[in-house]
Ligand binder design. Structure first.
Ligand code: CS2
Length: 498
């Protein structure tokens, strides 16, 4: 029902208020060429916006159909609004709003896999992109093979025609295309994983080979899995965001996304079935994404994890609060410098400029990005963000001090209690980590050894390095002696050298 108190939902018919950019093209005139698995806030703030820009400039049948594997809420929100949603772009100097038209609709896999498989197998589908978070893939990073203990992988290997997980779904869609004599789609991984395209390719081929060797050979020959680096800070939506948006638009937007002005997408130009002219929307196409991806994973995401664990333990709710704390701000910027020291040369980027820009983005007072949000899934993030660069730093005699502080902060966070309150780790290894912490009691060395021994987490070369182990254990025992947020702040200030 629509009344002044309950405005209608945003839709293609909603009149745009002055000052709000809308799609300045007719979205409905364009067909759907991209299927995106995981149409959450990050996708809506990032890939869907670059695609919206291309549709406005060049047109083309490149709209996006979102597929949600678990949630039905975001699917319903998008469909109720015929795919329309708005961005609230919050910079240091003001807020811009923009309505996006690139999403044509969404499907919930939980409501039935057949429509999803039909969409993947449609001749019009040319790219399948993904933002599903690190833990959803179930691919072992050391070998590139699928993890048969991962719940979705084992379920899908048992029933490949009715997949529940990401890899099973991609393979089932490709199998239908091969059977129908259609070319494969490009699989475009947009999660923060190292060599994300190559990793997904290896996992898909391993899974496909277990089902049908001919299918695996066909994917290997004709398929494409470009690697990408994606970047835009996108906090989870809050009730306040929904209310602000409703007043600004005069319509309810249940799919609105709050984000920062900065946005970057670097993509390996290796597509097998066409692509939008994303370069005209600012996407950088390069032959090798690895140096960009390392820079972003280590300087941005690694520092983010340090900020999240240290900040959360010190009682800071948002990244901006951590950055307003002088000692923690220094720790974060020191870490960016150490992380930069592990990077291969990248002619196009000055790492000092990149670090300064990151510092400003993290300090942005208009963005409320929760430390607890970033702290989630630490076991899936620490290896590429902290452990690998720490190992390289130690291997070249560079200072790994801030990497050790980040690791100790994470391990202290793993205890699941601070300042008299307990919290959920929200990590797929939560039960194992908890068991280690319970067993280790007050011994920092036992926490370190127990967590370091968990599979696929800390490389043996690193955990077995006595300098590293001593350093982390020393920092961790400082933190384990502190109970309150105030004491934590004192400990981090001391560790940050101030
Ligand atoms: C963050 C990222 O939640 C996290 O782990 O580090 O989501 C980060 O905000 C994005 O990668 C920025 O592009």
């Amino acid at each position: 029902m629509t009344s002044p108190e309950h405005p209608a939902s945003l839709s293609p018919e909603t009149p745009m208020k002055p000052g709000i950019d809308g799609p300045d093209y007719d979205p409905e005139a364009h067909g759907t060429g991209i299927v995106h698995i995981g149409p959450g806030a990050f996708h809506r703030a990032h890939q869907a916006v670059f695609t919206d820009d291309v549709l406005a400039r060049h047109g083309g049948d490149w709209r996006i159909c979102g597929i949600s594997l678990r949630s039905t809420e975001s699917v319903d929100a998008l469909n109720r609004q015929e795919g329309r949603y708005s961005l609230e772009i919050r910079g240091q100097n003001g807020t811009d709003r923009r309505v996006i038209g690139s999403i044509s609709g969404a499907l919930a896999a939980a409501r039935g896999i057949e429509p999803v498989l039909d969409m993947l197998a449609a001749p019009s589908t040319r790219i399948v992109s993904l933002t599903v978070t690190e833990k959803a893939y179930g691919i072992l990073r050391g070998t590139g093979t699928v993890d048969r203990n991962h719940p979705a992988i084992s379920a899908d290997l048992a029933r490949p025609d009715a997949p529940e997980g990401v890899v099973g779904l991609i393979v089932a869609g490709l199998a239908r295309r091969k059977a129908a004599g259609l070319p494969p789609y490009t699989v475009l991984c947009c999660d923060n994983l190292p060599s994300n395209g190559a990793l997904l390719r290896a996992g898909v081929l391993d899974f496909a080979a277990a089902c049908d060797a001919g299918l695996a050979a066909w994917i290997a020959e004709y398929g494409a899995f470009p690697s990408t680096m994606v970047d835009r800070i996108t906090p989870a939506a809050t009730p306040e965001l929904l209310d602000r948006t409703e007043s600004a638009l005069g319509a309810r937007d249940a799919a609105v996304v709050e984000t920062e002005p900065f946005s970057q997408w670097v993509v390996e130009d290796a597509f097998c079935n066409g692509r939008p002219r994303w370069e005209d929307a600012g996407v950088l196409f390069v032959p090798d994404v690895a140096p960009y991806e390392k820079m972003k994973l280590r300087m941005l995401n690694g520092t983010h994890s340090l900020i999240a664990y240290a900040g959360f333990l010190c009682g800071h709710t948002y990244v901006r609060d951590v950055m307003a704390d002088a000692a923690l701000n220094r720790l974060a910027t020191d870490h960016m410098r150490s992380a930069a020291g592990t990077l291969p040369h990248l002619a196009a980027v000055d790492f000092d400029d990149y670090a300064r820009a990151l510092q400003a983005r993290f300090e942005n007072p208009a963005i409320a990005h929760e430390t607890y949000q970033i702290a989630m899934d630490g076991s899936q993030k620490m290896p590429q963000r902290i452990f690998e660069p720490a190992m390289e730093a130690l291997g070249t005699d560079q200072d790994a001090g801030t990497f050790a502080i980040a690791t100790a902060a994470w391990m202290r966070y793993c205890a699941g209690t601070v300042d008299g309150r307990t919290f959920a780790l929200r990590d797929p290894l939560e039960a194992d980590i908890r068991a280690v912490c319970d067993h280790a009691g007050q011994s920092a060395a036992a926490v370190f050894d127990g967590i370091a021994a968990l599979p696929s987490l800390m490389p043996r070369t690193l955990s077995g390095n006595p300098v590293w182990r001593d350093n982390v254990v020393r920092c961790l025992s400082h933190l384990m002696q502190r109970r309150s947020a105030k004491e934590m702040r004192a400990a981090f200030t001391q560790m940050a050298g101030g």
